[in-house]
Design a protein around this ligand. Structure first.
Ligand SMILES: [Zn+2]
Length: 55
């Protein structure tokens, strides 16, 4: 189980998640899945282009 780097709570990441995938966490932050230097999936806050998500 990966943890949110912002709030520290667990994040449900699909088994088939791919690097570059974006996951919106309960705390409101958007997390980007990436592969760390060990080849493991990890999460970081997404700070790319901010889109208007709408509702
Ligand atoms: Zn969070």
């Amino acid at each position: 189980m990966l943890k949110c780097p912002v709030c520290g709570n667990p994040v449900e990441v699909p088994d088939d998640a791919m690097p570059g995938e974006l996951i919106e966490h309960d705390c409101g932050v958007v997390l980007e899945v990436y592969r760390d230097s060990n080849g493991n999936l990890a999460l970081r806050p997404f700070e790319g282009v901010q889109e208007d998500w709408g509702e």
